[in-house]
Write a protein that binds this ligand. Structure first.
Ligand code: SAM
Length: 262
C-alpha cells in the first residue's frame, strides 16, 4: 500500500476511535478556560526543563504531545535538542506549522502497541469478544527497550490510553467495574514498562476532584490505578480543569497532577 493510502487508513481508524474529537475537545476547553490552565501548563513545562538541565539530553521524546500546550518546545529547540513528538493523532495544523523544522519530528505512534484497535472487534461482535484474551495480550506485549532516547517525557497520557475502550464499554454497560479497572491497570502497566528507566519523566493526572459551586470537594476518583510509589515524585500540583461547569453541570473539576522520575 502506498504511503498516502496507508496514512489515510490509519487516519480513518484513529478518527473512528475518537482521538481527533478528544483533541478538539482539549483545545476548546483550554480556550474556554481563558488562562486557568496556565499555572498547570507552566509547572509541566518547568518540570520538563528541570529534567533537561539534569540529564543534558541531545534528543527528547515526548509521548502524548498533542497540541504541545504543556511542552516547552521553543526552549528545547533553542538548546539545540532534537525533539521527537509521539502521538496517535497529531493535530494537522501543528504538523504543517513545523514542517521543514529539522530538529522536530512528528511520529505517528500508538502507545498501546495496537491493543486499542481491539475495541473495534468488541463493538462489531460484543458477544464473542474475549476480554481475558485482550488483557493477556496487553500483559504480554513487549514494550521495554522500544524507545532509546536520552530523555522520554510522558505528558498527561497515562490516564488516556484506555479511553476508547471505556467509551465503548460504558455505552453498552457490558463489563463490570472490576474488569474496567483490570483493563486500565494493564494499559498503565504497559505504558510504564515502555518508559526507559533512569531517563524518563512521567507527568500524569492522579485524581479527578469534583467541587460544588462553593468550591467544596464533593467527590474524588483516581485516574491512575497502578502503584507509583517506587518512583521519585518531583512535584505535585492542582490543575483547574473545568471552572465553567461544562464537564458536569453545576460542578467544577480540578485535577491533581504529579511528576515522577521513572
Ligand atoms: C491529554 S492529551 C496530553 C496533552 C497534550 N500534551 C497537549 O498539549 O494537548 C493526551 C494525548 O495523548 C494522545 N494519546 C492518547 N492515546 C494514545 C495512544 N494510544 N498512543 C499515542 N498517543 C495517544 C492523545 O492523542 C493526546 O494528544
Amino acid at each position: 500500500m502506498n504511503d498516502f493510502f496507508h496514512w489515510l487508513k490509519r487516519w480513518r481508524q484513529n478518527y473512528s476511535l475518537g482521538y481527533f474529537a478528544n483533541q478538539h475537545g482539549i483545545l476548546q476547553r483550554f480556550l474556554r478556560e481563558q488562562g486557568n490552565w496556565e499555572p498547570h501548563l507552566s509547572i509541566s513545562r518547568q518540570a520538563i526543563l528541570s529534567e533537561v538541565d539534569r540529564l543534558k539530553p541531545k534528543t527528547v521524546a515526548i509521548f502524548g504531545s498533542g497540541w504541545l500546550l504543556d511542552v516547552p518546545l521553543k526552549e528545547l529547540i533553542e538548546q539545540g535538542i532534537r525533539v521527537k513528538l509521539f502521538d496517535i493523532a497529531h493535530p494537522t495544523k501543528l504538523v504543517n506549522k513545523y514542517k521543514g523544522v529539522e530538529s522536530i519530528e512528528f511520529i505517528d505512534f500508538d502507545l498501546t502497541f495496537g491493543a486499542v484497535h481491539e475495541v473495534k472487534s468488541f463493538l462489531q461482535k460484543p458477544s464473542s469478544f474475549k476480554f481475558e484474551l485482550l488483557i493477556d495480550n496487553i500483559k504480554n506485549t513487549s514494550s521495554s527497550n522500544a524507545f532509546n532516547y536520552d530523555l522520554v517525557v510522558s505528558i498527561n497520557t497515562l490516564s488516556q490510553l484506555h479511553a476508547p475502550f471505556i467509551d465503548a464499554f460504558e455505552n453498552r454497560k457490558s463489563l463490570s467495574k472490576y474488569s474496567l479497572v483490570e483493563l486500565i491497570e494493564a494499559f498503565q502497566t504497559l505504558h510504564i514498562k515502555s518508559l526507559p528507566k533512569g531517563k524518563s519523566l512521567l507527568i500524569t493526572e492522579l485524581y479527578e476532584e469534583i467541587l460544588d459551586l462553593k468550591s467544596k470537594l464533593q467527590s474524588e476518583s483516581p485516574r491512575v490505578y497502578i502503584n507509583l510509589t517506587g518512583f521519585e515524585k518531583v512535584n505535585e500540583w492542582n490543575w483547574q480543569f473545568d471552572t465553567q461547569s461544562t464537564y458536569i453541570d453545576d460542578f467544577s473539576v480540578r485535577k491533581r497532577v504529579g511528576a515522577y522520575r521513572v
